[in-house]
Design a protein around this ligand. Structure first.
Ligand code: ZN
Length: 273
């Protein structure tokens, strides 16, 4: 079965771009907990791979202000014959995924997220100019409508990504977190109203942002998180290089670490263009 409009969305995507070849449309079985991609994996074609992942290091800014990763050299080539580090990491640091369980009682943990929802069409919303004016900017319904006016209806099972330009501040923790003298953070996020609209009006697998949180910095109620994740969707935070991919037509590959009972975890985020 297919949700209303999804067949048309797939047809529109196929006609807009010769990206997916073949007629294998597997749009079956959409449910709140598993948003399937619209085409079979074997039919995909791409010309280049864009790395949307920041390099993780102890200095990468985190929401809590503590190092997101620590490496300890346990074995050394000269002494032991091989090199090997032990890692201690925060689940939600660097370029990472929020699993549904992160903000729900019974949502999927990282290892249970359907792999079909981790290889999906990528829709990039460029709000960099607005975010440069207002660091607390929130991706809005108006931005989503503007994207659809140019590129057509959001493809079923896609990831909606906010490109705010914040990735370029990652080397400067003060700028990236926007922490003011009162301890309040300032960076762009996704408007809860736009989130609600995506949940009810479109079939979207995930949200991605190039900032520390799906909710903008000053948020106290995390209303985008609290709507989105319990609905069986995932979120990605600290995406990089969203300025290097097209607004429509790329495929996102979310290489999520598969850790039992994890509430999220590091991802190697790739765009096939
Ligand atoms: Zn997170």
């Amino acid at each position: 079965m297919c949700v209303p409009g999804c067949g048309e969305a797939v047809a529109a995507a196929l006609s807009r771009r010769n990206f997916f070849k073949g007629a294998g449309v597997a749009a079956a079985g959409f449910a709140a907990t598993a948003i399937a991609p619209p085409v079979e994996a074997a039919t995909r074609r791409f010309k280049s791979v864009v790395d949307l992942t920041h390099t993780m290091s102890p200095g990468f800014p985190t929401f809590f202000g503590e190092p997101g990763i620590e490496l300890e050299k346990k074995f050394d080539l000269k002494k032991d014959g091989f090199n090997l580090n032990w890692w201690r990491i925060i689940e939600h640091a660097g370029t990472h995924l929020d699993a549904p369980i992160h903000f729900s009682e019974a949502g999927a943990t990282a290892e249970k997220i359907a792999v079909e929802s981790l290889v999906v069409p990528l829709a990039v919303m460029n709000v960099a100019a607005k975010a440069a004016e207002n660091p607390d900017y929130q991706l809005s319904r108006v931005d989503l409508a503007a994207w659809e006016k140019r590129h057509g209806r959001l493809p079923a099972g896609c990831c909606v990504a906010m490109h705010s330009g914040w990735a370029r501040h990652a080397a400067d923790a003060a700028k990236f977190t926007g922490k003011d003298t009162g301890g309040v953070l300032h960076f762009p996020g996704v408007d809860p109203e736009a989130t609600a609209w995506l949940l009810t009006e479109r079939r979207v697998a995930g949200l991605a942002v190039d900032t520390l949180s799906l909710d903008h910095g000053p948020s106290k109620d995390f209303k985008t998180h609290t709507q989105w994740l319990p609905a069986g969707r995932w979120g990605i935070e600290n995406a990089a290089n969203l300025d290097k991919v097209p607004a429509a037509g790329a495929t996102l590959v979310v290489g999520l670490a598969k850790v039992k009972d994890a509430t999220g975890g590091p991802v190697r985020l790739l765009a096939l263009v």
